[in-house]
Design a protein around this ligand. Sequence first.
Ligand code: PEP
Ligand code: MN
Length: 335
Amino acid sequence: MSTPFITLEPDADARTVQARLTALGLWTRRLETGTRAGLQVTGPSPRVPTAELLAIDGVAEVFIAGTPHPLVDAQARRTIDLGRGVQLGHGVAPVLFAGPCSAEGPDSLNAIAAAASAAGARVLRGGAFKPRTSPYSFSGHGLEALRWLREAADAHSLLVCTEVMAPEDTDAVATHADILQIGSRNMQNFALLKAVGPAHLPVLLKRAMSSSIDEWLLAGEHLLAAGAAAVVFCERGITGFDRHTRNLLDLAAVAVLDRVYGQPVIVDPSHAVGRRDLIPPLAHAALAVGAQGLMIEAHPNAGAALSDGPQALTLEELTALGRQLGIPMNRRNAA
Ligand code: PEP
Ligand code: MN
């Protein structure tokens, strides 16, 4: 991670400048070079826009070594427009994405969309093309499911977020969805990232089970370089060693994306823990560490769900959780 080197005006008082930087949360080290005094920002420090540093009395210049992900950095601390006036980011209420693991049929989707809306959700999530570990598991209703998702979402004024699994499906998915999801298993499928960029839609980028934060940010850079309107990062649990939960929810990574990189980041506690009883406490924890949204699976009859039943909230639980989290306030986000 590159950190700024700040040079000072000849008459500047280095201690005063340093105190201003400390007040912004930056750790600094004084460096005296032969010709000019400077302050090197050291980690762990949040990213502060260069313009804010230059506005400090006594600061002459700010040098930042090349960043490996300039387009990701450029969306730092911005609010992302998910479509139809729904905003996600710093300073706006958290956005709830809710829905079934798989879109199973128009009637169940309609019931889920109604409950999602009552919970304060702005986005209906559901899989039409499902990545499954076993080739014998249900893998989604495909194109038909895209139409059901769009209809159910429109009936309840929700946006649609659904996964694209193959480059050749991008156009069909982009025609029906507002937000394209890249699943965990495809985070570094660079051919797919290149293919979805030109749809110019916001992309929800799930973190791969064993990727570092740097790899995740660079996957985001691939999407933005290929034309994606914005990238929203989604932490969904990484591979851990304990089997009580399906994955290990890395809330520290969420705090790093939020505080250090200023990125739009949400949490999917459903895939992280894989069991419905732990979803409410982890949803609260996610918002506490800086997540700007949540993705939660729900199903009217989880016992009969075609995928991920054990982690699906009932529709009543979804509505109750949305209310507890104060999510309905995000209606104020609407344009
Ligand atoms: C999903 O959200 O439907 C999904 C398959 O999640 P992940 O890619 O995180 O496993
Ligand atoms: Mn699922």
